[in-house]
Write a protein that binds this ligand. Structure first.
Ligand code: ADP
Ligand code: MG
Length: 154
């Protein structure tokens, strides 16, 4: 299933992410693709809120990953910006990918493409005029439930 949505400000992008975050059960992988400043971290902030987190979600750049504990779930937020290779983090990521209680979000996923499962939600964000962003949400059949809440919004 593919869905295309245009948002006109950051709050709208967060609202879409929140709707998706509310559907997360654990074990899902979300890949966020955009240029710098596209809204990947903004999206992740909404996702965490939707899961029930009240933590402040900041960019993990320079730290590679951050973890938010939300109830029985953990949100693992990775950002491989400008890293030529994932190194040891690749093994850490592989361990987390096998954990049904973890949700994995990856920004700049090029260096870990070979580790990511084929069944993942891919979100491509493109900047349009002004603050508009076009979000293209691609979900395999196994993850279509994630977009159920989005259908209510749009
Ligand atoms: P990335 O992680 O992709 O580099 P960030 O989420 O860190 O991007 O930054 C996106 C910036 O763009 C934020 O300052 C956010 O407030 C702003 N912004 C403006 N309009 C939008 C929109 N429609 N959706 C998401 N972010 C937006
Ligand atoms: Mg970011």
């Amino acid at each position: 299933m593919t869905k295309q949505i245009t948002t006109t400000n950051a709050a709208e992008t967060e609202a879409i992410a929140r709707a998706i975050g509310m559907q997360l059960k654990g074990g899902e992988v979300i890949e966020l693709v955009s240029d710098l400043g596209g809204g990947k971290t903004t999206f992740t902030r909404g996702l965490a809120h939707g899961m029930g987190s009240h933590d402040h979600v900041a960019s993990p750049t320079f730290m590679i990953s951050r973890v938010y504990k939300v109830g029985r779930l953990e949100l693992h937020h990775f950002d491989f910006y400008r890293l030529p290779e994932a190194g040891l983090i690749e093994h850490e990521l592989e361990d987390i990918l096998g954990d049904p209680r973890s949700v994995v979000v990856v920004e700049w996923s090029d260096v870990v493409q070979h580790v990511l499962p084929k069944d993942r939600l891919t979100i491509k964000i493109e900047s349009a005029e002004g603050e508009a962003r076009t979000l293209r949400l691609q979900a395999p059949e196994s993850l279509e439930y994630l977009l159920e809440g989005v259908a209510w919004l749009y």
